[in-house]
Write a protein that binds this ligand. Sequence first.
Ligand code: ATP
Length: 296
Amino acid sequence: SVFIGSSIGGLAEVYASLQKSLGATENLFDILDEPAEPLTPVTRVAPEHTLHGYISFRHVSFRYPGREDTPVLKNLSFQAQANQTVALIGPSGAGKSTIVSLLLRIYDPTGGHILFDQKDSSSFPLSALRSQIATVPQDVFLFGGTIAENIAYGKQDATEAEIIAAAQQANAWEFIQQMPLGLQTLVGERGIQLSGGQRQRIAIARAVLKAPRILILDEATSALDAESEKLVQDALNKLMEGRTAIVIAHRLATIRQADKIIVIDKGAIVEEGTHHELISNEEGLYKTLCEMQFIQ
Ligand code: ATP
């Protein structure tokens, strides 16, 4: 499409102005999740653009366009091996969402390189990258339409059987079945209101259908009810299996399971390791964050 075909500079500008018009409080994921934007078309990915799931940040620096005086990421280096779960944690404003924007090439680094499988991220067509990366945002946006349409957004030619299978894997099938019109129930502004946990499970079903190589997860900070929480966590665990996952993490359960935790403060990596390794560093930010119950 024209949108995909436009230069990355142009795209970045579109997003920058979009983000500005939405206000600073709006989450990046809300925009990414906006179905009106043809960002994740169903594409056939060329073999040379197929991702195997290795990600490497090499001395990545970043400043937002128009804010060149403010470095947001400073010489960041880290790796995620294929199929690993890497948790990003750190105080508000540390730069976690910005890392995700760079992964999705909403912006490109102003210094350093991001590699996918040893190849510079700029060597992949945007459509190829984005069709192999799925995001599950904190606050899931459902568009006005049926539940089936909202799930099939992950794969527009999905059959009903595929949609049901995805809903089952996402622990969403039970509540969908209980609705008067099942998959054909209308949601969104003029439809039925779903709870936060239910919307998240719809987003997980979308991601299941998309079957991405890389998963980006922005964990909810607000508490779901215990039942929903367990169902969401369980669905996410299944979704992360056999995929590389980058998680902006807030829950201790997720963080404990992560292969690697990267602690970010003011745009730089200050600690890196497993929960076990980091918790024993008395002076570390991780320990402090845990004690402040920043991590729930
Ligand atoms: P939170 O946990 O609150 O979501 P975060 O760690 O994800 O925070 P970022 O959203 O990446 O942090 O923000 C890092 C820095 O970049 C902040 O100082 C923020 O004000 C700034 N920033 C974020 N988005 C933009 C933008 N579109 N334009 C200019 N500056 C931005």
